[in-house]
Structures are given as structure tokens and as C-alpha cells.
Design a protein. Structure first.
Length: 638
């Protein structure tokens, strides 16, 4: 558990340290990591492939040499077998070996001129054959250097072994070519290894009469086994059935590595028992490859010991080249990546510096990023964001200015408000005493208007409060006119709790009262207010009068003024300059609606000269709790 916590701590520390590096440093580290993995994988694969190729080449080359040597050995075996067969099948030779009495002089002369001469030709035609000897079990006359009495070699183990083969081939390997003639004179045997083929002769069957022997020196039987070394990298060996090892004595691996001979005999024993051959061997830090081919006919084995020193040097050189190539490649990629990243991230650094300036409070003056891509897009969006922030700041300042203006106007009217309220109440009481109900009702409406104007606790009111204020306003205005104005309302009851900006409907009704009629008209004066539900949780409040209307040019100019951005002191001449005491004006209403709800909302005026004027106000349907009927997006009131 502690180990896991330590690993987690180290990992977190590394991630924290790595995360604090610059983007360019992290990108270069990522490039190196991404390239290093495949590069190492390819290098390891190449190294293993080259390693296997070198080993395979060495195995193929030395196996080929062994096969050539085996072919040569097979050739020598055949020549020795033929030599034995010629002597073995000669009838005169058989009779001479089986003869139990001393031959006459005439018989010796005849035998020497015929059979003996033929036997000497065997060595003539097979110069690699060192000796051809025939041994007789009887006391025949010896004819040197071919015919001998068996008593000379009867005590030798190899001779006894051949005798037990009963006419079959018997192969024997000796370290020294002992001279049969001079062996009893104390002569030191010649240190010349040889191989002998012996074949026992019985006439008749099971009646031993002698032995045929053909000798060949091992440097002729297997030249590569005793050849002088050329590169000190390979050495062939012959191992007989007695586990005797025959090879050269000078520059020999057997001499330099004492354990090698024992290892070879152990490997051969394991091969005889299991059929598996282990071709790897290491001694004193040196590696060897042991190649093996059995010589079944002579019951021996041919081995080729290959030093891997040269191969390992080649492999080491290849490994160093691969490592150097990897280091050079990664260095080159790192330099290129650094230069390219410095070029690519130049614009990002410029953008970062600009962001730092803005964070420190400096004014944003704009940034120019050439080219596209993610950095260019980021710079573009940053510029739009800063422009949006500046616009929002300007809107906030403008919104605050509008609010303060409305509040100041209200405060202006609130001077001695309590005095005005008390005065109106006293006048109302006098009207009640004098039973002037119309005056009393008018004073009540006027008081309600004053309280609504003076009480500015927030920007939003319920729709029914704004409607009630308009009703009070119409009641007061009807005292002035001979023909009263009929206010008609078509608003669903459940929509009366909808919120809206305070003093946004009253200026529209006030403009209708002031400018819709000249006083010379006859007939009923009507102002209607209708609420229409639209899709996407929007509503339209339609204010329509049946007044004189306006011509098309004036209507076009008025809508154009309302669509302008920014505040103006004057609107269309048909409405004149807005009296500040009665409202904040159509233009002010338009600006407030757009500031608080968005540019898709606001006022639109429709009119037909001599018939009507209609003002349509589009608003989001928002409850006073700040939540719309079905769409939460309408709760954004700023």
C-alpha cells in the first residue's frame, strides 16, 4: 500500500511539474516520446533481425563447410572400404592367411608376383591410404610391409574389438600411427593420429584365420580437422565412439578453453540420449557456436566449434550504429520541432501577451494574427469576446444611465410628494362633502398615478399594475375632453401576472391621447390594448387607436428612428418632443426593451391616415418570478 501511495505521489508530482512547463517544451517532449517509442521498436527489431542474420550467416557458412568435409570423409571411407574389399575377396590371400604349413619357395615367388603385387597396387591407386596390412592367425611367413602374424597386435583393444565383429566393418581411431615392425624395439610412436578400418576373416565360417586392416592418417581423412587455422575463429573436431577428441594441437580451442572438451562429450552424450543438440557454449566470457553432424557409418561425430567473437563485434558495431542513428535522428527531430514550434506558437505568444495586458487592466486595442488555424480562430474569438465585453460594458453604462434618468425624473416629481398626497386627499374630501363624485373619482385616479410614478423600487412590474396605471391615466385625461376616451382591454386573465418594464405601455397610450385626435372629430374615441401569445414564449401587446393616423412618409420615418441605435432627444414630428413629466418617451421605451431583452424585441408602428395608428410591442413572456411558461431562456432579463 505504501509503495502504491509513493508511486501515486511521484506520478502527481511529475504531472504537476510537467504541466507547469511551457507549451513548446511539452510539445517537444511529446514529439520525442512519440518518435522514441517507434524508433526504439524499429531499432530493436532491426537489431534482432541483424543479430539473427549474422548468426544465420555464420551457421550457414560453417554448416556448408561441414557438409563439404563430410563429402570428403565419405570419399575417403569409400576408398578404404574398396581397399579392404579387394584384399578380403582375393582367394590367394585367403589361402595364404589360412595356410597352416610353411609354403615352399616356389609358392612364395608365385604369390609375391601375383597377389602381393596386386595388393601393393591398392596403395598406388589410393595414395591417401597409409597402410594396407593383413594379419594371419597361423605362423605364416611375414611379407613386409603387408603380411604379418596376428601375434604382433593380438593384445590391442582395437584388434580384439574388430575380431568380435565377425566379418563386419570395425572402425578405430588412434592418436598415434604405431609401426608394427619397429614397435618392440623401444621406438617412440609417431604422434600422427589415424583412422583404421578392420575386417575379420573366417575360413570356413566361424573359423578365424586373420584380419584385414587399412589405415589413413586423419589429416588426409579429414583435412579441415587438422588444417592450420586461417582466422582462429573456427575449428573442426572428430569424436569417436570412445569420446576421444581428434583435432589440431596448435591454436586449438581445446587447449585455450580446458572445459570445452568435457562440454563436447556431455553434449554428445545428451544427443545420444535425447536427440537434442545444444549449440550454445560460453567460457571465460567467450561465446561459441557448436555445430554437429553425426558420421553414423564410422560411429563418430564431426563438430565445428565457431568463435562468436567476430560475430559479436559485428553485432556490437551494428548496435552502436543503431544507437547513434537514433540519437542523431531524435536530435534532428528535436531541432526541427523546436524551430517549427517556435514559428507556429509565435502568434499564440502574441495572443497570450495581449491577454496579460487586458488582465492587468489595459485597454484592448486589437490584435492582428496572420494566417488561419486554431490560433487564428482563437485570436478571432478573443477579439469578438473583447468587443462583446466592451459592448456589454457600454450597454450596462447606458442601461444605468436610462435607469438613473427615469429615477431622476421620478425624484423630480417626488418633491413634497407627501404634501401633494395630503393636498389631494383634502380636495377629495371637500369633493365628497360637496357630493362631487366625478371630481372625487378623478382625484383618486390622479393619486394612483402619482403613487405609481413616485414609487420606483425596481425595473419590472406586473402587467396588471401597468394596466391599472393606464386606467388611472385615462380617467384623469377624460376630465379634459368633451368626448371621453374609451379604453378597451383584451388580455387573458392568466397573463396579468406577466412581468414587463415599468412605464413601457404608458408612454404609448399617452402619445395616442395627445396626438391621435385634434378635438374636431365626432364619434367615439377608442384605445384598445390586446395581448397576443406568440410561439417560442413571446407575446405581443398591441395598442390601437382610431385617431387620425399618419401618412406613409411619416410612418416610415418614425419606424426608421425607432430602429436606430443610441439615444435621441426627438422622435417623429407627429409625436413631437416627449414631455418628460409624463414618461420617458417612445424612443426611451424602445432602447430599454432592447437593452433588457435583446434586439429581437421592441416596438413597431403601423398606421393608416385618417383611420388608425397601431403600436405593437414584442416582449418575452416572463413571469414575475423570473421563469417563463415553458422555456427557461426567457428568464434572462438583462
Amino acid at each position: 500500500m505504501k509503495k502504491g501511495n509513493r508511486w501515486t505521489t511521484l506520478r502527481d508530482s511529475f504531472m504537476y511539474w510537467f504541466g507547469r512547463r511551457s507549451l513548446q517544451s511539452r510539445l517537444i517532449a511529446s514529439y520525442i516520446f512519440i518518435i522514441l517509442g517507434p524508433s526504439l521498436a524499429v531499432s530493436l527489431y532491426s537489431y534482432k533481425a541483424i543479430n539473427n542474420m549474422y548468426v544465420r550467416d555464420v551457421v550457414d557458412k560453417n554448416t556448408s563447410l561441414m557438409e563439404m568435409e563430410i563429402k570428403h570423409i565419405d570419399t575417403q571411407i569409400e576408398s578404404m572400404v574398396r581397399a579392404v574389399q579387394v584384399a578380403y575377396d582375393d582367394i590367394d590371400v585367403q589361402d595364404y592367411l589360412a595356410n597352416t604349413h610353411e609354403p615352399s619357395l616356389e609358392e612364395l615367388v608365385r604369390f609375391s608376383t601375383s597377389s602381393f603385387k596386386n595388393l601393393t597396387r591398392i596403395q598406388y591407386y589410393n595414395p591417401n591410404v597409409e597402410h594396407l596390412r593383413l594379419f594371419s592367425s597361423s605362423n605364416v611367413t611375414e611379407i613386409w610391409p603387408i603380411f604379418f602374424r596376428e601375434s604382433r597386435v593380438a593384445d590391442e583393444l582395437w584388434y580384439e574389438k574388430a575380431k568380435q565383429m565377425k566379418g563386419l566393418e570395425s572402425w578405430s581411431f588412434l592418436y598415434n600411427d604405431q609401426d608394427v615392425i619397429e614397435r618392440y624395439k623401444g621406438q617412440t610412436p609417431a604422434p600422427t593420429p589415424k583412422v583404421s578400418l578392420l575386417r575379420e576373416m573366417s575360413i570356413p565360417a566361424n573359423h578365424h584365420v586373420g584380419m584385414v586392416q587399412v589405415d589413413m592418417l586423419l589429416d588426409k581423412f579429414s583435412p579441415r580437422t587438422y588444417a592450420a587455422p586461417q582466422d582462429n575463429q573456427t575449428q573442426m573436431l572428430l569424436v569417436d565412439s570412445e569420446r576421444q577428441v581428434f583435432t589440431r594441437e596448435k591454436n586449438s580451442f581445446i587447449t585455450d578453453y580446458p572445459k570445452l572438451e568435457r562440454v563436447i562429450t556431455e553434449h554428445l552424450q545428451h544427443y545420444k540420449e535425447t536427440g537434442d543438440w545444444d549449440n550454445q557454449y560460453t567460457e571465460n566470457g567467450e561465446s561459441f557456436l557448436l555445430l554437429h553432424q553425426p558420421l553414423e557409418r564410422i560411429n563418430a561425430d564431426l563438430l565445428n566449434v565457431v568463435s562468436m567473437d567476430g560475430v559479436l563485434q559485428n553485432i556490437s558495431r551494428t548496435r552502436n550504429i543503431l544507437i547513434g542513428a537514433n540519437i542523431g535522428f531524435i536530435t534532428l527531430v528535436t531541432v526541427i520541432a523546436y524551430v517549427l514550434n517556435a514559428f507556429i506558437l509565435k502568434n499564440l505568444r502574441l495572443l497570450t501577451e495581449e491577454m496579460k495586458k487586458v488582465r492587468r487592466g489595459k485597454a484592448y486595442s486589437g490584435i492582428t494574427i496572420r494566417g488561419g488555424g486554431e490560433v487564428g480562430e482563437l485570436a478571432h474569438h478573443f477579439s469578438k469576446l473583447m468587443n462583446t465585453i466592451n459592448t456589454l460594458v457600454a450597454q450596462a453604462v447606458q442601461k444605468e444611465a436610462l435607469t438613473k434618468e427615469a429615477e431622476l425624473r421620478t425624484l423630480h416629481n417626488q418633491i413634497d410628494s407627501h404634501f401633494l398626497y395630503n393636498t389631494l386627499e383634502n380636495i377629495k374630501m371637500l369633493a365628497e362633502i360637496e357630493k362631487q363624485r366625478q371630481i372625487s373619482d378623478a382625484l383618486t385616479s390622479l393619486g394612483g398615478m402619482m403613487r405609481y410614478n413616485f414609487k420606483w423600487s425596481g425595473e419590472y412590474v406586473k402587467l396588471h399594475d401597468e394596466i391599472r396605471h393606464i386606467e388611472n391615466y385615462i380617467d384623469v385625461m377624460n376630465i379634459r375632453f368633451d368626448e371621453p376616451i374609451d379604453l378597451q382591454l383584451d388580455i387573458p386573465r392568466h397573463d396579468l401576472d406577466m412581468e414587463m418594464l415599468k412605464m413601457s405601455l404608458q408612454p404609448i397610450v399617452e402619445n395616442a391621447v395627445k396626438h391621435a385626435w385634434t378635438g374636431e372629430e365626432t364619434g367615439q374615441r377608442n384605445i384598445s390594448i390586446e395581448l397576443q401569445n406568440m410561439s417560442q414564449n413571446d407575446v405581443r401587446i398591441v395598442v390601437t387607436d382610431n385617431g387620425r393616423g399618419m401618412d406613409e412618409a411619416s410612418l416610415l420615418e418614425l419606424n426608421h428612428e425607432l430602429d436606430k441605435e443610441g439615444l435621441t432627444e426627438k422622435v417623429h414630428r407627429g409625436f413631437g418632443t416627449e414631455p418628460k413629466i409624463h414618461g420617458i418617451g417612445l424612443r426611451n421605451v424602445q432602447e430599454r426593451i432592447r437593452l433588457y431583452y435583446g434586439k429581437e424585441y421592441g416596438l413597431k408602428v403601423f398606421s393608416k391616415e385618417g383611420q388608425f395608428t397601431q403600436v405593437i410591442m414584442r416582449l418575452p413572456k416572463v413571469l414575475l418570478t423570473g421563469r417563463g411558461d415553458t422555456d427557461d431562456k426567457t428568464n434572462n432579463r438583462g
